[in-house]
Design a protein around this ligand. Structure first.
Ligand code: ZN
Length: 475
């Protein structure tokens, strides 16, 4: 019997505020343990949390960017549980009345788009971190992260394959980065994902029993964990066994998920409204003010790149995947207004180099002006296409301008007829047998002779001229 996977994702995004959600401690990453703490985030008795306005504003921003309805009235709740990294014995989160609900985003799959609904978006605080000592039987606790603001984005179970889940996460991360509220770094934990997955016979409406997957710290791991879980659940169902509702941990080294706790062992968090925090009321004005600060979002930018610059969907997709990359493209275009050529150079030469040394476009050693200059030299036939690629590589390594490299290394393209003819004569003299067979009708030899001329000129001869002159000499 064929089964259909049903997947819903919960994403925790760390917000880029300077201070924590309920106190003025710094959110700076990497500080010495427990240096960014105060009585509020240490959960001392008698202290009062004060909500960081920026956290609310960022969450409204994400809500608007994902077509959610922002609640006029929402509330914080206490989620009660004990763990050594949670000094208060409860986490402040939102439960019955979240800040935003009922949105959606469109995800891009090969050859099609799909809409995934957002169930809710709410605010909460992060917990601390336990540091385990490898050499001694003890653990330390670092409360710097306690109270760092998080936004939880919960999708509806609208995804049906690991690929769809991956596309959803990438799109969500792109949007968070576009609106500049989260750096989206999954490896460092500022963008975390838990997945709910169940299987049901194809055609049935009713959902199967689900497992919740945790501990996946890269996009690839989310996909791998889901693939494993689909196989595992399918094998159980085919044997006529029942799926247990449980939480499972992804073990990256072994490539499997392991049961962590079943439904019976699950926590009862005894949520209740936090009496220390007044409910949040949001006036329509505020929402409109935030809306007016939204940048052009990935989908809109992609559409514009396709219509304004006549780029194919693939190019538009790649170039708008990050706002910085899109800006880079448009800055080059201001000086060299040939969209497809600029797009080709960015997507091939530039992105290959960036990928090779794992650099972000913001850290690119070739400023957009320099790439534009290189393309102008190429376009006006000052240098050949082959030379342009070598020059680009040197620009990337040294940070020098195209002109400076071309001048210093004497790479100007040779367009002088006399000079090219001299090289051609030499090549013809050295390859009498090839000349003979070309004249006897072997057209293929022509390419070989062109290659010889180009090599002798160290790639500097204008290829079109070489073609013309060589053909006339062989006639
Ligand atoms: Zn604090």
């Amino acid at each position: 019997m064929p089964y259909e996977p049903v997947i819903g994702l919960e994403v925790h995004a760390q917000l880029l505020t300077r201070s924590k959600i309920f106190c003025s401690c710094s959110t700076q990453f990497g500080a010495s343990p427990n240096s960014h703490t105060c009585p509020v985030c240490l959960g001392m008795p008698g202290v009062l949390p004060v909500l960081n306005r920026q956290v609310v504003e960022f969450t409204i921003k994400m809500a608007l960017a994902t077509q959610c309805q922002v609640a006029a009235y929402s509330q914080f709740a206490r989620k009660n549980y004990f763990y050594p990294d949670l000094p208060k014995g409860y986490q402040i989160s939102q439960y019955e009345l979240p800040l935003a609900e009922h949105g959606w985003i469109d995800i891009d799959l090969e050859e099609r788009r799909k809409r995934v609904r957002i169930h809710r978006i709410h605010m909460e605080e992060d917990a601390g971190k336990l540091v385990h000592d490898e050499h001694q039987p003890m653990s330390y606790v670092d409360f710097n992260r306690t109270g760092v603001p998080l936004m939880e984005i919960v999708s509806e179970p609208d995804m049906h394959s690991p690929e769809e889940a991956g596309a959803y996460l990438r799109k969500l991360r792109d949007i968070l980065r576009y609106v500049e509220i989260c750096d989206g770094n999954m490896e460092e934990g500022s963008f975390r994902c838990d997945a709910n997955i169940s299987l049901r016979p194809v055609g049935r409406e009713e959902l199967g029993i689900r497992a919740e997957l945790k501990n996946m710290n890269s996009f690839r791991n989310v996909q791998r964990a889901l693939e494993f879980e689909i196989r595992r659940q399918q094998a159980l169902l085919e044997r006529g066994e029942t799926i247990v509702q449980e939480t499972r941990l992804w073990d990256n080294d072994r490539g499997v998920t392991i049961s962590m706790r079943s439904k019976e062992e699950a926590h009862d968090y005894r949520y209740f409204p936090d009496p220390d925090l007044v409910p949040i009321t949001i006036e329509p004005d505020w929402i409109e003010r935030v809306r007016s600060t939204l940048p052009e979002l990935p989908d809109a930018k992609r559409e514009r790149f396709m219509t304004e610059y006549s780029l194919p969907p693939y190019d538009a997709q790649v170039l708008t995947s990050s706002k910085d990359l899109a800006n880079y493209f448009e800055t080059v275009l201001k000086r060299f207004p040939q969209p497809k050529m600029v797009s080709n150079w960015i997507m091939s030469e530039l992105m290959r180099e960036l990928k090779r040394d794992e650099r972000d476009i913001m850290a690119c050693p070739v400023p957009p002006e320099n790439l534009a200059e290189l393309l102008q030299l190429l376009e006006s036939a000052v240098i050949s296409g082959k030379i342009a690629k070598t020059v680009f590589e040197e620009m990337y390594v040294t940070g020098k301008s195209a002109k400076a490299i071309v001048d210093a290394r004497g790479l100007l393209q040779v367009t002088d007829h006399g000079a090219i003819e001299a090289v051609i004569d030499e090549v013809l003299r050295e390859n009498p047998a090839e000349v003979e067979s070309f004249r006897a009708g072997k057209e293929k030899v022509f390419g070989f002779l062109v290659g010889q001329v180009m090599r002798k000129s160290k790639g500097k001869a204008n290829p079109q001229l070489v073609n013309e002159l060589l053909r006339s000499k062989l006639r």
